[in-house]
Ligand binder design. Sequence first.
Ligand code: GRF
Length: 234
Amino acid sequence: MSVAVAVFASGGGSNFQSIIDHPSSADAVDVRLLISDRPDAGALDRARTAGIASRVIPAKGRPSEDVANETLAVLAEAEIRVLLLAGYLRLIPAEVIRAFPRRILNIHPALLPAFGGRGMWGHHVHEAVLSSGATVSGPTIHYVDEEYDTGSILAQWPVPVHKDDTPDTLAARVLGVEHILYPLAAQHLCRAVEKGIPAARLSPAGAAFQIGSGFDALALEREISRSFASAEAR
Ligand code: GRF
């Protein structure tokens, strides 16, 4: 049985695409809806192409209560049980968070709790990682609460920072891993929701540190899948 999911995106939506394209997603994850706050979001075109329903729910300058009521009505109509934020740049209203306890995930392109918070998005994140001198970065998938990037962590995966990285080269390496980690994390959460149990936090395998610029995506996918399977078996 699959769980009905809505993806929220403000931008290009490459993570949304990776979730709907993942070959084994359909068993667990039924992406029924794409919600965006911006009518020009590239993610909306991707939804149209994939034949997935989409809704624009503007948030800027509107009372949070209005946004919450509209969002809750749209989610209820599609019988959505899990929300996945993928490049969604607005805070989710408190009423929506309360209606989906531990059922809302976000992906952030650095290892939280470092390099998160208001204003930490896109190139700002990778610039901060590079100026800190960190040698490892990588995506974090966390539950969403009422602040930016502070909810408890479900999954992280290390990605090396190279000496000659620019914000763009680092962003591309991290994004490549996001596209493998997020579909698998979505499946992991949906399987747990289906069973009525909490999703276990993933322990990353050390082998992932081997990722180079041209990493082997299939080998990485196997490694991440194994880690989720062992988290589920614990
Ligand atoms: C990703 O880097 C994600 O970590 C962050 O926003 C970016 C979204 O990219 N939250 P895309 O729209 O999925 O391509």
